[in-house]
Design a protein around this ligand. Structure first.
Ligand code: THU
Length: 165
């Protein structure tokens, strides 16, 4: 007999960046700085990601597009891969993401694409500690989520590659 299984998902909604801790506010500010460095001539959608590492370092990433569209890369993965390459074994405490475009005002916080969720979840699993997620926009609202894994229920993970999973 089949049964219904539900997965709960919870996130915190902040009306204003001011409600966050000084550390989180700074990280959002850094993600906005990162977004200004985006190379997004095709979409004009500039995304910035700022990672706070356990060792106190802040890593910035921005989306890098290419005329062969699929060859581009999202801001989150640019930042996560950089952290993985430069600071292997150093846990990521928090990621802040924000975006702007000159074409309209990004009212709602930007939420990462599926591929970025998959990548962030794997780094989280590797470090065995949740990564705090802060999603912002150019406006004031922020979503805060404890952990990357809840963003992708039933994700593909390492065990799936093993015969007895
Ligand atoms: N993009 C990101 O960098 N991160 C996201 O979370 C969503 C989308 C980029 C990819 C592309 O360069 C542009 O935004 C429009 O999709």
């Amino acid at each position: 007999m089949s049964k219904k299984i539900s997965i709960e998902f919870e996130y915190e909604f902040f009306e204003s960046v001011q409600e966050l801790s000084a550390i989180d506010q700074n990280l959002i500010e850094q993600s906005r700085v990162a977004a200004k460095k985006a190379y997004a001539p095709y979409s004009s959608f500039n995304v910035g990601a700022a990672l706070l590492l356990e060792n106190g370092k802040i890593i910035l990433g921005s989306n890098q597009e290419n005329v062969a569209y699929p060859s581009g890369m999202c801001a989150e993965r640019v930042a996560f891969f950089y952290a993985g390459a430069q600071y292997p074994g150093v846990a990521i405490t928090t990621v802040a993401i924000s975006a702007f475009t000159d074409n309209f005002i990004t009212l709602k916080p930007v939420t990462p694409c599926g591929s970025c969720r998959q990548v962030m979840a794997e780094y989280e699993h590797l470090q065995n500690k949740p990564i705090n997620m802060l999603f912002a926009s150019t406006q004031d609202e922020v979503y805060k989520i404890k952990g990357a894994t809840p963003l992708l229920p039933l994700l593909f993970y390492e065990q799936n590659l093993k015969t007895n999973a």
